[in-house]
Design a protein around this ligand. Structure first.
Ligand SMILES: [Zn+2]
Length: 65
């Protein structure tokens, strides 16, 4: 069982059902983690501040119509 690094509650992640690149969210604190490795399970906290004022930097890799 993996614990949430932020709030230390158990993250209910089944390594058989996740793969690299998946994002899981802690049910307790809502922190999101990207799966960066499955053997062993390795998580990277997703620092995704949703801010509308990000005109300074536009990621043109993702084109959305
Ligand atoms: Zn948490």
């Amino acid at each position: 069982m993996t614990s949430c690094p932020e709030c230390e509650s158990d993250l209910d992640i089944d390594v058989e059902e996740v793969e690299e690149g998946d994002v899981v969210a802690c049910g307790e604190c809502g922190t999101e983690y990207e799966i960066v490795g499955v053997e062993p399970l390795e998580l990277s906290k997703v620092e995704d501040e949703i801010d509308e004022d990000d005109d300074d930097y536009k990621d043109e890799d993702e084109e959305e119509e």
